[in-house]
Design a protein. Structure first.
Lengths: 301, 154
């Protein structure tokens, strides 16, 4: 992995992911290791994403590295009309690693081709967000003790949710059985189902969350956004059908854990928060450990 | 009826140049545009809706004194996947080859995704051809698919 960029979840192999997850376990036990001393990491956030940026910056700081960068495009020379290529070429001279968030899809791949240092994609529009996927994998393994042979139930906006797409792609490496619960308008796209079919894995589709929830080892909830619907009436009709509340957890498996990429709006009722099956806040914390592991691996440390 | 018999060519023979045969009738003008034949100084002869034993209907283009490189010919495979390229010298066929849909397509087609970086900065587009029959192009950058009906040439 040394000196390689991570742009898309398909860039690394199953073994490489497992290596990063194993490494993250070490950082979870001992988060403060000054192995990045003398290294400079550039965090270029062309659109604001406070949660992701702070997670990366916290990871660098805990490893003793330094951070340079900006947190939105208005404070960069992009606002003067500079091209992404020029910005990346310049920043390559100032840093050992670039972490980039950009609203335009494919920008991270382009940056990785232009930069003389490795690039980590921290989200390129609706395309990829591989470190979110890594932390999801880490959390799943942490709660289940394995990534193999699990029943994963995805709920909500499966059409536009990039975290869902990346995680489905990644889990096809671990013999998962997939259950997709969504309104008909927001079904998983066929471009993602291809990955499941290639590995000859099983998947099932539902419109009623109650049909799938009993089978779940992992329940991965996502937000349904009003603007995704062409028909507002349809949104009003379905919006309350995909809300998880504490009563619905009756009779579910003991090992069930509920994940959510956050921020949550109302798709998980607050009465779920106190359930031992709720795991979305611990999930967010894991982001720092996997990002530490990823950066250390890419920098060859 | 047979393919045009040699003695009664619907489109006249050329002494030197290139014949592009088995073009879908509907796409003859698009092929001409892709190859820049709408702007060439050379003589161009063409026919559309001709009878073809293989495909029912076909188009053909003959260009005097002009020869094409693979890169140019690859472009037409996107609208004429079964086209045959015939190189003519002194009225004789010196080379005949099938146009091939390439595995990768570079700097030819625009990505259909308006949010793709290639539509925002001066970057040569790159696609992997994921379906050669029912043309589907996977963008190397934004990872979205551009379908046959959305293909626009640069």
């Amino acid at each position: 992995m040394k000196n390689r960029s991570l742009v898309s979840i398909t860039d690394f192999s199953r073994e490489e992911y497992l290596q990063i997850l194993d490494r993250a376990v070490e950082f979870e036990k001992n988060p403060n290791q000054r192995i990045l001393q003398g290294k400079v990491v550039a965090t270029l956030f062309f659109e604001p994403s406070t949660r992701t940026r702070l997670s990366f910056e916290s990871a660098v700081n805990r490893l003793g590295g330094r951070v340079i960068g900006f947190s939105d495009a208005s404070s960069s020379s992009t606002s003067k009309g500079e091209s992404l290529k020029d910005t990346i070429l310049t920043v390559s001279n100032y840093s050992d690693l670039i972490v980039m968030r950009h609203p335009i899809e494919g920008s991270a791949r382009w940056a990785s081709e232009v930069a003389s240092v490795p690039v980590i994609n921290a989200g390129d529009g609706a395309n990829q967000h591989p470190t979110q996927c890594l932390l999801d994998l880490y959390t799943i393994r942490q709660t289940q003790g394995t990534l193999e042979n699990l029943n994963i139930v995805f709920v909500g906006d499966l059409k536009y949710g990039r975290t869902v797409h990346s995680l489905v792609q990644a889990l096809t490496n671990f013999n998962a059985t997939f259950h997709f619960v969504s309104p008909t308008e927001l079904k998983l796209p066929s471009s993602v189902k291809i990955y499941i079919k290639e590995k000859k894995l099983e998947y099932y589709q539902y419109t009623d969350i109650n049909e799938a929830i009993q089978k779940a080892d992992i329940l991965y909830m996502t937000r349904i956004q009003r603007e995704r619907f062409s028909d507002v009436m349809e949104y009003e009709r379905v919006k309350n059908s995909y809300i998880l509340n504490a009563d619905m957890l009756n009779g579910t498996k003991n090992n069930l854990r509920i994940l959510h990429p956050l921020p949550r709006v109302n798709e998980i009722s607050t009465d779920v928060d106190s359930s031992p099956k709720a795991y979305y806040f611990q999930q967010a914390l894991n982001g720092v450990f996997v990002r530490q592991a990823l950066m250390a691996s890419i920098l060859g440390l | 009826m047979t393919d045009q018999p040699r003695k009664e060519l619907v489109v006249s023979a050329i002494e030197n140049g290139t014949v592009i045969d088995h073009i879908p009738s509907a796409n003859v003008f698009q092929v001409m545009k892709i190859l820049g034949l709408d702007k060439t100084e050379n003589q161009v002869l063409f026919g559309t809706n001709l009878i073809s034993r293989k495909y029912g209907s076909k188009g053909i283009i003959k260009v005097r004194n002009q020869f094409f490189e693979d890169r140019e010919i690859n472009k037409i495979s996107l609208v004429a996947p079964n086209a045959t390229l015939i190189v003519i010298k002194d009225f004789n066929i010196v080379e005949k080859r099938q146009v091939q849909v390439p595995d990768k397509i570079e700097s030819m087609v625009k990505c259909f995704n308006p949010k793709c970086i290639t539509n925002h900065e001066a970057i040569p587009t790159r696609f992997k051809v994921v379906d050669k029959e029912d043309l589907r192009l996977l963008c190397h950058y934004c990872e979205k698919i551009t379908k046959k009906e959305n293909v626009q040439f640069i």
